[in-house]
Design a protein around this ligand. Structure first.
Ligand SMILES: Cc1ncc(COP(=O)(O)O)c(C=O)c1O
Length: 384
């Protein structure tokens, strides 16, 4: 198993940062790549035409490797998850009565574009409810499967629920969407990089990931995979870099009708950001070096004793097979004194998120058992 990698980050020893699902800290090497990017812009005369493509290319290759996509031309560079979802929506023509299936309390960036599309087309959003009830994860997945019918035009989900890490059974969901002829669009922001995702296995029509959480990248740059459905698609903006032969700067005003292949067209303008792009590239390469399976295994192993203890204190946490190591929720009982708990967290410098009536805990390789011991102390103090 991997050892704790805290030395590669710049986190103070007294801080227990269990909040990667909010925003990851930067690796020292990633921060250095950003500084180097700033230095380059100080000397623009050293930036060559080829430099607009080199980091972009390596970044797309690294992300393709991470999700097991065989062709990096299927990867687009996006500034946010909402941008990726908007690009998807731009290419769907829905009919009155078509259904767009989403999960209850889905992250807003994977909702608002669907809402707009529904309003414009007469389609309806089918919001599958399960969060207020005592559903088991199997029942939740069953409800989702049952909701996918001949009316479903598109299913838009996370790989896990962003608020408590509940994993969706994407293999079964993909199979069901195939049977009814529906698209499958996945927001991988809260999982890709820490939980294996294989595009060959799941075959989503699109996979969209913001980069600043589990890809360990900077804010404002992410990656998306677009499957064959989008090969002749229309982007939401027309950036010159994405056109065929854009490398030849002398010919840029001989306007070019053709895009570069496959998903290139969906990359954001100025995607070859000289600061952010090398940072995200470096971060994903480090993740590849560690291995996603090993990251997941590490997070699971350091959180397991904590979870067992919490269960013995009668807190509700999903069972092992339904719980991700990197992101899970502790459901708070009604009588729980949240303000007192938050005070304890501050006192011990423990960082987690409160989402609705659960505490969201999201470790990474910079954490170890001691961080969970501190968190447990906070829970115990308030529960005693
Ligand atoms: C599931 C999910 N998707 C996307 C995002 C970020 O969206 P955007 O990049 O559009 O700001 C978050 C942020 O918390 C998230 O949890």
């Amino acid at each position: 198993m991997l050892a704790c990698q805290k030395q590669l980050f710049d986190l103070p020893n007294d801080v227990s940062y269990l909040n990667c699902s909010y925003m990851s800290p930067l690796l020292r090497t990633v921060a250095d790549a950003g500084v180097e990017g700033i230095r380059r812009k100080v000397r623009p005369y050293e930036i060559k035409a080829a430099d607009f493509y080199t980091s972009l290319q390596s970044l797309r290759q690294a992300f393709a490797g991470l999700i097991n996509a065989s062709d990096e031309n299927r990867i687009a560079i996006i500034p946010s998850a909402s941008y990726g979802v908007a690009s998807v929506c731009r290419n769907l023509s829905l009919q009155v009565g078509d259904e767009i299936l989403v999960a209850e309390e889905q992250f807003p960036s994977n909702y608002y574009s669907w809402q707009r599309l529904a309003e414009a087309s007469g389609a309806v959003i089918r919001n599958v409810k399960f969060r207020a009830e005592e559903w088991t994860p199997d029942q939740v997945n069953e409800r989702l499967l049952q909701a996918i019918t001949n009316k479903t035009a598109v299913v838009a989900l996370g790989q896990v629920h962003w608020a408590d890490g509940l994993p969706f059974d994407l293999l079964a969901i993909r199979q069901q969407t195939r049977e009814v002829g529906s698209l499958l669009v996945i927001d991988g922001t809260q999982s890709v990089g820490a939980l294996p995702f294989d595009v060959n296995m799941i075959q989503p029509d699109a996979l969209i990931c913001a980069g600043y959480k589990w890809l360990l990248g900077p804010y404002s740059l992410g990656c998306a995979y677009f499957g064959p459905y989008f090969d002749a698609g229309t982007p939401i903006e027309e950036n010159w870099i994405n056109r065929y032969n854009s490398e030849d700067f002398s010919q840029l005003v001989n306007y070019e009708d053709q895009y570069k292949p496959l998903a290139w067209r969906f990359s954001v303008g100025e995607g070859s950001n000289f600061i952010l792009s090398p940072m995200l590239e470096k971060a994903i390469k480090q993740i590849l070096e560690w291995g996603v399976v090993r990251i997941q295994e590490y997070c699971r192993s350091i959180s397991r004793p904590f979870v067992e203890e919490m269960r013995s204190l009668n807190f509700r946490v999903h069972e092992e097979q339904y719980r991700c190591g990197h992101l899970f929720g502790v459901l708070l009982p009604k009588e729980f004194d949240l303000p007192a708990f938050q005070k304890e967290l501050m006192r011990h410098r423990v960082f987690v998120s409160v989402r609705g009536n659960s505490v969201r805990i999201s470790p990474h390789l910079y954490n170890d058992q001691r961080d969970f011991d501190k968190l447990l102390t906070c829970f115990r103090t308030v529960s005693d």
